[in-house]
Design a protein around this ligand. Structure first.
Ligand SMILES: NC(=O)c1ccc[n+]([C@@H]2O[C@H](COP(=O)([O-])OP(=O)(O)OC[C@H]3O[C@@H](n4cnc5c(N)ncnc54)[C@H](O)[C@@H]3O)[C@@H](O)[C@H]2O)c1
Length: 411
């Protein structure tokens, strides 16, 4: 199944449980606007390349549309469409006043120098500045982009529409950003892992965890869980995977990546294992925090963890999800598990609009409160309706978007 088809699959399952009729389903699943743009890139060596960029605005019933901007060689319109619709349900699940969008440029981010990245980003804004804005569509970082790109977007947008830092989130903290944005997704994943274990009556102290991906989300998840006394027995990134049954020293792993260009290569705190094996370890909790589709029909039979927390977007294919559900595996879905990032993006946007500075304590406190509330609502409803967590989470999101569309007279 392709990305958008997979989200539709989950959408229809939840819409069925809600008893939603097909005209309303059609309205909610159809993106409001899709833009494909040409991005001419003059490489540092003087050669000309033409890239393609996308912005999909999926739904604005609940407010300005919100979603990241991905620079990756596999980006295509279908993937962006799927991720945009996930944002609609994600913002609704945590009940922040946004709709959903997503953007991307098909390019290998690692092949771009800093100057080339800046030129690509400014050209993209030249092409989409009329449809983004603090009241319409607010981009943010995703794979291949970070706070530098967000600062360039703010600056380029100002040339057309005037100064307005709320046009984009994930900016540098000292340049209209917010403390705690960088850690937010990983902190949320860690917090909701503890809540899940708590609801299952399992102790978090000493619980064994395998974590795939050691970038922004993976490192902050690892930090949070190791501080909560979980035992992280395996970690990985694109350079390899490491296992230590006694527990990986996370502080040492963080020091290693900080001194090694963000990579685990050369880490000596565990035995090196094949990357695929990490997903198949007999641990209490498995956390995929890297790529989509890593648990699929080819390896689902070997996955042993009774609890999976989806830190990455769409790490489990619908076919594998079906098999895991049959086996009673507890899966906390991406649109809840990794919603910490967009929640703190919302705080950043609110801060920008007030020209007021939030403290880290306030950001953490409000993040924890927002995610806890969403988690408790989903969990209680899932028990009440004896439905899986993913279907229940989609139901909560879909219901809110449908209600907003009705109240606004869209439907
Ligand atoms: N950053 C956020 O705020 C945020 C929010 C919501 C969802 N997500 C999702 O979380 C996931 C990770 O995002 P990120 O921001 O941490 O990205 P990142 O680029 O900072 O880190 C990605 C990590 O995955 C690793 N990786 C790549 N290929 C791998 C492989 N084959 N095996 C193991 N590891 C591999 C990379 O080496 C890196 O450590 C993505 O799916 C992203 O869409 C991120």
């Amino acid at each position: 199944m392709k990305a958008f088809e997979a989200v539709q699959h989950y959408f229809h399952k939840a819409a069925h449980e809600l008893g939603m009729e097909s005209p309303m389903r059609k309205l909610l699943i159809t993106p409001e606007r899709e833009l494909t743009v040409q991005i001419p890139l003059r490489r540092d060596d003087g050669t000309l390349e033409t890239l393609v960029g996308y912005r999909v605005q999926h739904n604005s019933a609940r407010g300005p549309m919100k979603g990241g901007l991905r620079y990756h060689h596999e980006v295509d319109l279908d993937e962006v469409r799927g991720l945009a619709s996930l944002m609609t349900w994600k913002t609704a699940v945590v009940n922040i006043p946004y709709g959903g969008a997503k953007g991307g440029v098909t390019v290998n981010a690692r092949s771009l120098s800093k100057n080339e990245k800046e030129r690509v980003t400014r050209k993209l804004v030249d092409a989409i500045h009329q449809v983004i804005g603090p009241d319409s569509d607010i981009p943010a970082p995703d794979m291949g982009t970070g706070h530098e790109e967000m600062a360039w977007i703010m600056n380029q947008y100002a040339k057309y529409q005037g100064f307005n830092p709320g046009v984009v989130t994930g900016k540098p903290v000292e340049h209209y950003g917010i403390p705690g944005r960088e850690e937010a997704t990983g902190r949320g994943v860690g917090l909701l892992t503890l809540k899940t274990l708590g609801r299952l009556g399992r102790k978090s102290a000493g619980a064994t965890v395998a974590l795939q991906g050691f970038g922004n989300v993976g490192t902050h998840t690892a930090k949070f869980l190791s501080e909560a006394d979980c035992k992280i027995v395996a970690i990985s990134d694109q350079t390899g995977a490491w296992r230590n049954p006694k527990g990986i020293d996370i502080k040492a792993a963080l020091r290693h990546v900080n001194q090694n260009n963000g990579q685990l290569e050369g880490f000596e705190g565990g035995e090196r294992i094949p990357g695929d094996e990490l997903l198949e370890l007999g641990v209490d909790v498995l956390i995929p925090a890297a790529l989509g589709g890593v648990i699929n029909e080819s390896n689902v039979a070997q996955v042993k963890a009774p609890v999976i927390i989806e830190a990455a977007n769409a790490p489990i294919t619908p076919e594998a999800d079906e098999k895991l559900q049959e086996r009673g595996v507890i899966i906390l879905p991406d649109i809840l598990a990794n919603a910490g990032g967009v929640t703190v993006s919302y705080f950043e946007w609110a801060q920008n609009r007030q020209f007021y500075r939030w403290t880290l304590d306030r950001v953490r406190g409000e993040l924890d409160r927002t995610l806890t509330h969403a988690f408790e609502e989903v969990w209680d409803r899932s028990i009440e309706r004896t439905l899986g967590l993913r279907t229940t989470t989609f139901m909560v999101g879909i219901e809110r978007v449908a209600r907003a569309a009705e109240l606004a007279g869209v439907a």
